[in-house]
Design a protein. Sequence first.
Length: 75
Amino acid sequence: MSWNYRILKQTDDEDNEYYEIKEVYYNRDGSLMGYCDAVVSGESVEDIITVLDMMKADSHKSVLEPKDFKNADNN
């Protein structure tokens, strides 16, 4: 299993679109497994900066939507 940060396009109850950064998990074959909220935390300020840098780097990947996880284990 692997994971990275991805931007997910969401829709609220009033059909307004918004975006969130999520931790996205992948099966061994690279297929989407699921996602969860991304938390920025660490044991030091440097740890937090590292997480933010990872989020920024991963934000250049394609935007996902919940429908992309229709065959995933959970989300």
